[in-house]
Design a protein. Structure first.
Length: 134
C-alpha cells in the first residue's frame, strides 16, 4: 500500500473565488482531502496560474467582479484549445441557482454545480466524479 501511494500524484486543482474566506476554506479543505490546491482571487489571476502549470480540475465561482465565472470557463476552454491541450474538467461553485447561467455553462461542457453553502461530503462526491477516487 505504501509503495502504491509513492507513485500516486496529487491532483492539482485551481479554485477561483473573489471571497477571501471561501478561497481560504476551499484551499484548506482541498489540501486536507489530499489534493494540491491553488487558489485565485480573480479570473485574470487564475489564467496566469493556468499558464504556469497544468491543472487536473478548475473550480470557479460565477459572480465575481471584472471577469465572471462564465468568462473564466470560456478563457480556460480557449487556452486549452490554443495550446492544444486536453480540456480541463470544471466545477461551478455558486450561491445562486440561476437557470440561464446553468444552461450557458452546460453549453460550454460544464456539468457540475456545487451550491454554497455545501456539505463537505457532497463536495467530495462531485470532485471524485470529475477526478476519480483519491
Amino acid at each position: 500500500m505504501a509503495e502504491e501511494q509513492v507513485h500516486h500524484r496529487k491532483k492539482k486543482i485551481l479554485a477561483v473565488d473573489d471571497d477571501g474566506l471561501v478561497r481560504k476554506s476551499i484551499g484548506i479543505f482541498l489540501k486536507d482531502a489530499g489534493y494540491e490546491p491553488t487558489v485565485a482571487a480573480s479570473g485574470p489571476e487564475a489564467l496566469r496560474f493556468l499558464a504556469e502549470r497544468h491543472y487536473d480540475l478548475v473550480i470557479t465561482d460565477i459572480r465575481m467582479p471584472g471577469m465572471d465565472g462564465l468568462q473564466v470557463i470560456q478563457a480556460v476552454r480557449d487556452y486549452c484549445q490554443q495550446m492544444k491541450k486536453p480540456s480541463i474538467p470544471m466545477i461551478v461553485l455558486t450561491a445562486y441557482n440561476d437557470e440561464p447561467v446553468r444552461l450557458s455553462t452546460e453549453k460550454m461542457g460544464v456539468r457540475e454545480f456545487v451550491f454554497k453553502p455545501f456539505k463537505l461530503e457532497d463536495f467530495v462526491k462531485v470532485l471524485e466524479r470529475q477526478l476519480g477516487p483519491r
